[in-house]
Ligand binder design. Structure first.
Ligand code: NDP
Length: 439
């Protein structure tokens, strides 16, 4: 029952999961007798803290910090840190809740968590980013550890931020250990971690298509976002012979019928960290649709003809009207890189239309799975080759797809990967919780 309407995103995520659990709860009444749902929706622990820091002008700034340790039935808490002005308790709780099922689906020994801050890294100097990260870790360090809680990156948190946080953790504890993932390759990071979520989303799409002996080769694809996930989804799409024709950021959308120039995109977003509008300075045949010119009921990026769509920016970036436009324009596959990018209405439209729909908790699990591979390399003091990690990532994505696919078939809803992923993830966590008693 909804008791705090302020936590809109959290309730949206819970509702989506609970809706699809009905068949397993009805046929296995012991889950209800043991109050598994009531226990699952309540985080084991939520930490909220003050993050004071000093800006370049000498002013004291204060942000909110969060870590929600949601469920540790399957292993140490694992999930990213997000630095974005939109961050609040509802967003961190929804992300942490999703993470439980996603991590369970990977088959790896990791529990679910999420954290972050309403700090806005945009326009901040390197020194300001470092001071903020140090202050954030000055509180967080007492709650995390390599066998208890291992945070990673997310929106606004990449290798630079992980580096500053790791440095402060080491200074405070005197320990050099695998307490964060997404680290630099120079000191404990894993090859393929940077690419893993984007590559994984595309591998998941290939698995969905393979059921009908189809593939991404020759397909036109819409991609949203232009950050870590979007860039490496675009890279893998090209490697598999597809043509990504869009990308977007918080200022607008680029449409380039000839195909997005990946080298230019990396230069604009990874190096210069500038608005996508600058893409037009290099390509006169591309279009830029500014945020202010988006349709009232959705997003410009989903309004072009294409065979497949890859939402890779943020939550609720694909509305019912966007879904309808995609379906009318011939889209036959959606594979989600961002967390909860499609609204519930949009998801229902995809399922009703019986297109291939890969929900985020299954399709974007490649990132966290590779984080766990980074933990495994750290604790065994080894470093695996790019090919070794990529091969494991491909196997994990295929296993996640097969698990969701076969579970959907077993519950007589073939093709419904929302139901398949939710039930399979739930079953693994719930059974572990049952075996560990009432804790
Ligand atoms: P980045 O910070 O690297 O990139 C985010 C991208 O989305 C940027 O292009 C950003 O635009 C855009 N964006 C962010 N918020 C908004 C907004 N409110 N409105 C419009 N555009 C927005 O993040 P990631 O690529 O790492 O993450 C993207 C999504 O993928 C998130 O939902 C994240 O939770 C999810 N994810 C990430 C994983 C990872 O391994 N990184 C793992 C699993 C899921 P701009 O450039 O203008 O800021």
């Amino acid at each position: 029952q909804q008791t705090s309407p302020a936590q809109a995103e959290f309730y949206q995520a819970v509702e989506e999961v609970l809706d699809s659990l009905a068949p397993i709860l009805e046929s296995n009444t012991h889950y209800q007798q043991q109050a598994i749902i009531q226990r699952l929706v309540e985080p084991e622990r939520q930490i909220m803290f003050r993050v004071p820091w000093v800006d370049d002008q000498g002013n004291i700034q204060v942000n909110k910090g969060y870590r929600v340790e949601f469920n540790s039935a399957l292993g140490p808490y694992k999930g990213g840190l997000r630095f974005h002005p939109s961050v609040n308790a509802s967003i961190i709780k929804f992300l942490g809740f999703e993470q439980i099922f996603k991590n369970a689906l990977t088959g790896l020994p990791i529990g679910g968590a999420k954290g972050g801050s309403n700090f806005d890294p945009k326009g901040k100097s390197d020194g300001e980013i470092m001071r903020f990260c140090q202050s954030f870790m000055t509180e967080l360090y007492r709650h995390i550890g390599p066998t208890t809680d291992v945070p990673a990156g997310d929106i606004g948190v990449g290798a630079r931020e992980i580096g500053y946080m790791f440095g402060q953790y080491k200074r405070l504890t005197g320990r050099y250990e695998g307490v964060l993932t997404g680290k630099s390759l120079l000191w404990g990071g894993s090859l393929v971690r940077k690419e893993a979520t984007g590559y994984g989303v595309v591998y998941f799409a290939e698995n969905m298509l393979a059921v009908n002996n189809d593939s991404l080769k020759g397909k036109h694809c819409l991609v949203s976002g232009s950050g870590n996930v979007a860039i490496y989804a675009i890279e893998k799409l090209y490697q598999l012979g597809a043509t990504p024709v869009t990308c977007s950021d918080s200022t607008g959308t680029i449409y380039h019928q000839a195909g997005i120039d990946l080298t230019l995109l990396k230069q604009l977003k990874e190096q210069s960290k500038t608005s996508l509008k600058a893409y037009l300075e290099y390509y006169k045949d591309a279009q830029f649709i500014a945020l202010g010119d988006y349709p009232d009921d959705g997003h410009a990026v989903w309004r072009f003809n294409a065979d497949a769509a890859f939402p890779c920016a943020t939550q609720n970036e694909l509305t019912l009207a966007d879904a309808q436009a995609l379906l009318i324009n011939g889209c036959k596959l959606v594979s989600e890189g961002a967390n909860m990018p499609s609204t519930q209405d949009a998801i229902n439209a995809f399922i009703e239309a019986k297109i291939c729909y890969g929900p985020s908790k299954a399709a974007n699990a490649g990132g966290v799975a590779t984080s766990q591979l980074e933990m495994a390399q750290n604790s065994s003091m080894q470093a695996w080759s790019f090919e070794q990690v990529d091969q494991r990532l491909q196997t994990i994505m295929e296993n996640i797809f097969q698990t969701a696919h076969q579970t959907a078939v077993a519950f007589e809803q073939p093709g419904n990967l929302v139901l398949g992923a939710n039930i399979a993830g739930f079953k693994r966590v719930a059974d572990a919780m049952l075996e560990q008693g009432i804790v």
